[in-house]
Design a protein around this ligand. Structure first.
Ligand code: MG
Length: 453
């Protein structure tokens, strides 16, 4: 049995994610999509093995494979979207997970993440005996070059290249030895941005540092950006669908702040527009969007959900607070290179990144979690819903309680026996007290349930 998570099928290589699993996945994917399928990988040691096994499965059911090599996830998505003769794509990546992991992620023929229905079809077929085609019908693999360059060209076509070139910017880049090792330096050089690169070696030890692009893991980038007085520091996760930034002072810019700044840049070029983000995103984004004539629409958590909502509701921009940003003019998926190009444009038009960050509204966000067995999660949700008296209740994802001076999000984890409690307010004391109050209530509720049992 295989089960798709929010970002494909992932696991430890040769323990969970074996060549046999990859082969059977390839056969199932080939049966669901048919036609010709593009495949690409990030830079993990296991990339060749998993790609070869998936490709063999695809070819065994008569599907032709287009091997695009090492690419950022958004680059293969763009390739699939712009080639009508390609029925779908497979990206071999485990994004920000440690090097022992890898994953298989499916891309629909419009370049978006595979729909849940397609994934369910693949899961169902996986458990069956999928016959191979006759020897004469076996698919072929063709190596395709140029997808990286076409992607960079497309990104450039969405920003004011002349303005960026004329600004004489300097950037410091950390690709985590990952999939953007070629595309991001290429993009910067084409935009006339002087770039100093660290962890830009695809044969280097992936990912060069702990792979989640958090402040703790980007100390070298922060130090280097400040030391060379670069206008911006840039980091990607392993497959470069996400992008985070560092100011010239070496300060890490949290993802909700870059989301707000890029939203402002996009809204400043048009009259209003809808911006989409999950209910867990800081209110500073809503403040900035409203102040710039836009409308903020909250969605459930998960970038494919944000992307689908945007497609249905003609959003101009969207994204999550982890640096995963979606630019519908380019495509309906997270796009690290688009985030970078648009942030450069924002610096040119709205001034230095450090000043833009300093001008943002300041909120205090407390993120807590409590242990809660799966069997009590629904009861706990109902308890919070029915006892919310002094707040407006939003049930978009979990329970969000909106107060005059902040909000609380109470949300069960889909994968672990925990319940998350987020609390935000401009007043740090209010945010902390409210978080503690809900943590206490939740712990007491779970304890009483356990006593009952
Ligand atoms: Mg990623």
């Amino acid at each position: 049995m295989v089960k798709f998570g929010t970002n494909g099928v992932r696991g430890i290589v040769n323990e969970d994610l074996t060549p046999a699993l990859a082969l059977q996945m390839g056969k199932a994917i080939g049966k669901v999509y048919g036609g010709r399928i593009a495949i690409a990988t990030d830079t993990r040691v296991s990339a060749d093995m998993i790609r070869s096994a998936v490709s063999a499965g695809l070819m065994s059911v008569g599907v032709d494979v287009l091997d695009l090599g090492v690419l950022p996830t958004p680059a293969i998505q763009y390739y699939v979207k712009t080639h009508d003769d390609v029925a779908g794509g497979v990206m071999i990546t485990a994004s920000h997970n440690p090097p022992a992991f890898n994953g298989i992620k499916c891309i629909a023929n419009d370049g978006t993440e595979a729909s849940r229905m397609e994934e369910e079809n693949i899961e169902r077929l996986y458990d069956t005996d999928i016959p191979c085609v006759a020897w004469s019908e076996v698919g072929q693999t063709k190596e395709v070059s140029g997808a990286a360059e076409a992607y960079v060209e497309a990104v450039m076509s969405k920003v004011d290249v002349e303005a960026i070139r004329n600004a004489g910017l300097t950037a410091c880049v950390d690709c985590a030895n990952g999939a953007a090792f070629y595309t991001t330096p290429l993009l910067l050089s084409r935009l006339g941005v002087r770039a100093v690169t660290i962890n830009g070696n695809p044969q280097g030890e992936f990912p060069g540092h702990e792979s989640e692009p958090t402040a703790d893991n980007l100390v070298d980038l922060m130090t280097m950006t400040k030391a060379i007085d670069a206008d911006i520091g840039v980091a990607h996760d392993g497959d470069a669908d996400r992008c985070v930034f560092v100011t010239s002072d070496g300060e890490y810019v949290p993802g909700d702040k870059s989301l707000a700044l890029i939203a402002r840049n996009i809204l400043s070029m048009r009259e209003g527009g809808k911006v989409y983000t999950p209910v867990a995103t800081s209110m500073l984004v809503e403040d900035v969007v409203k102040a710039n004539g836009g409308q903020l629409i909250y969605t459930a958590v998960g970038s494919p959900i944000v992307a689908r909502k945007m497609m249905d509701g003609d959003g101009v921009f969207g994204g999550e607070e982890n640096g995963g940003l979606i630019f519908p003019e380019m495509q309906y998926c997270r796009d690290g290179a688009m985030a970078l190009a648009t942030m450069l444009e924002s610096i040119v038009k709205h001034g230095p990144l450090s000043r833009q960050v300093a001008d943002l509204p300041v909120y205090c966000t407390c993120k807590e979690k409590i242990k809660c067995p799966d069997r009590f999660k629904e009861d706990l949700k109902e308890y919070f819903r029915s006892t919310a008296s002094d707040a407006k209740v939003d049930l978009t994802d979990g329970i969000r309680l909106n107060y005059a001076d902040g909000w609380v999000l109470l949300r069960p984890s889909g994968t672990e026996p925990i319940f998350r409690v987020y609390s935000e307010s401009r007043n740090p004391d209010v945010a902390k007290a409210r978080a503690q109050d809900f943590v206490d209530k939740a712990n007491a509720f779970v304890a009483s349930k356990e006593n009952e049992a």
